[in-house]
Design a protein around this ligand. Structure first.
Ligand SMILES: Cc1cc2nc3c(=O)[nH]c(=O)nc-3n(C[C@H](O)[C@H](O)[C@H](O)COP(=O)(O)OP(=O)(O)OC[C@H]3O[C@@H](n4cnc5c(N)ncnc54)[C@H](O)[C@@H]3O)c2cc1C
Length: 465
């Protein structure tokens, strides 16, 4: 419980309506979209409207040594927003203004609570696009996605969130607001602090304003599905398409378990007798797009796949809806859905796909795999029941093996979902204890009292004892 004086101070900063202390309301903030995590309710929820308010809240928290957990829509998949030590959840959902759209300079400036899809709807009339598009873009916020450095379905050609963040305003643990980067295309002033805060998972500062780069929306696109009798054909096609110098905007995979589940859930006409499907979209100038589509078709045919081209917008929308349904559909099969984020160099994708299947068989677990296969970014999704202790032990062992395999193939712990609470114990496997110590030094320098999102990514304060 927080001291009544602290609550009074918060109410005087924010107004009573923006300070929530009712237990039943706080329960909703004790978890996020990550399954199998411990639940902890905060002592208080605050919903500021401005940088000045965030700054004043942070100064109060620093004075009283209260942990602060920044939160956007809570859709992260790494336990990133769970208030492990109680304290204060700071929701950015009321900081949801698009401050500026500058079509001449291809730039937008937003508050952190703007929903990603709303930004895209706002820039579309200018013929512009903000490319990062996580599957959750209809609810996820710009602040949360910058803090996670989210990827998405267009990552193969267009990269991830960090490739679009040009400038940030951040409130530090002390309550001081600082700005880094800005609107210029070139900016090499001092350390690249924009990159440091992008992907910092709420552990280094609270992002209060974001300047992003936009691109001209591609004028044409062709969407195809490629159906395979085996995973090897799908993996070879991914490698072959890139080797042939075609970089599709998206190249998504769904395995048989995922397809069957989506089909049972939504009846979208997926080929459930097949072993895998790739959803491939090429975009750009019409003539180039047609050429690239025919190269894709040739490569897929050579690898034993069958290509279907979406004939119209309805067919295209149906295919993408099927892919976006993957996680919600899988989540209905068993009570607990543990979605992982193992990523390997593209040339190792077939090996990784086969290894995940083998691990599933060995531990007798249902694992559906889908994801951004063109980036080597797979989401093996374990369908389980957190109440079944024996099964959960097998799940933990399988997850350990999945990450060990990814790293041994030259891959990484996270292609896009971050480290958070879920994967902090694996960090030394990838960056070694030396690397972890560097992260700790950065954390200590910027947040010496360990107030910002403690317990996530790297240990700080009491957690180190
Ligand atoms: C169905 C589904 C599909 C998904 N698909 C994808 C996908 O394709 N690609 C992908 O990368 N992710 C995906 N995700 C994960 C998630 O949606 C993204 O990471 C998203 O960008 C998080 O945004 P959020 O607003 O929900 O952030 P939250 O979950 O609220 O927060 C995420 C992290 O950011 C911190 N944070 C939030 N706001 C701020 C701020 N203003 N300042 C500092 N720190 C802050 C939090 O403390 C937390 O550590 C998916 C999730 C779901 C449920």
């Amino acid at each position: 419980m927080l001291d009544a004086r602290v609550i009074r101070t918060l109410k005087s900063i924010l107004g009573s309506e923006n300070v929530v202390t009712a237990k039943e309301d706080l329960l909703c903030y004790s978890f996020d979209a990550t399954a199998g995590m411990p639940e902890h309710a905060p002592d208080v929820l605050v919903t500021p409207h401005s940088t000045e308010q965030v700054s004043a809240v942070m100064k109060t928290a620093a004075r009283h040594r209260i942990p602060v957990y920044p939160r956007g829509a809570g859709t992260n998949l790494s336990g990133g927003t769970i208030p492990l030590r109680g304290g204060l959840v700071l929701s950015t959902l009321k900081m949801n203004k698009i401050i500026e759209i500058d079509p001449e300079n291809l730039i937008a400036v937003v508050q952190p609570g703007v929903v990603i899809q709303h930004l895209n709807e706002a820039v579309a009339p200018y013929g512009l696009l903000y490319p990062p598009d996580p599957g959750s873009m209809a609810t996820a916020t710009m602040g949360g996605s910058v803090a996670e450095c989210s990827g998405g379905l267009r990552g193969l050609k267009y990269g991830v969130t960090r490739d679009y963040v040009m400038g940030l305003e951040v409130v530090l643990a002390s309550g001081e607001a600082v700005r880094f980067g800005g609107k210029t295309v070139k900016n090499v002033t001092a350390y690249d602090m924009v990159r440091l805060f992008t992907g910092s998972e709420g552990t280094l500062g609270i992002i209060t304003e974001i300047t992003v780069r936009l691109i001209p929306a591609p004028p044409a696109r062709v969407t195809m599905s490629a159906i395979f009798k085996d995973l090897t054909g799908a993996g070879r096609s991914i490698e072959g398409i890139i080797k042939n110098k075609v970089i599709p905007a998206t190249m998504e995979i769904m395995d048989r378990v995922t397809m069957e589940t989506v089909e049972n859930h939504a009846r979208v006409g997926l080929p459930i007798q097949a072993e895998a499907i790739l959803l491939i979209e090429v975009d750009g100038i019409p003539e180039v797009v047609q050429k690239e589509a025919s190269i894709v078709q040739e490569v897929v045919a050579k690898n034993g796949g069958e290509v279907r081209v979406a004939a119209n917008d309805q067919e295209r929308d149906r295919l993408w809806a099927a892919r976006r349904e993957a996680l919600p559909a899988l989540a209905q099969k068993r009570p607990t859905t543990i979605l992982e984020d193992a990523t390997v160099p593209r040339s190792k994708i077939t090996e990784m796909l086969l290894a995940i299947q083998e691990i599933g068989r060995r531990y007798n677990l249902i694992i559906g795999t889908f994801g951004h296969a063109g980036d080597g970014n797979l989401h093996p999704t374990i369908l389980t029941d957190a109440r079944d202790r024996e099964e959960m032990e097998r799940v933990h062992k399988a997850v350990d093996e999945i990450f060990k395999t990814a790293i041994s193939l030259g891959g990484t712990l996270s292609g896009e979902h971050g480290i958070g609470l879920a994967k902090s114990r694996y960090l030394p496997w990838e960056i070694g204890t030396g690397g972890v110590n560097v992260l700790k030094k950065i954390k200590e320098a910027l947040d010496p009292q360990c107030l910002l999102n403690p317990g996530k990514m790297v240990a700080c304060g009491e957690d180190q004892k």
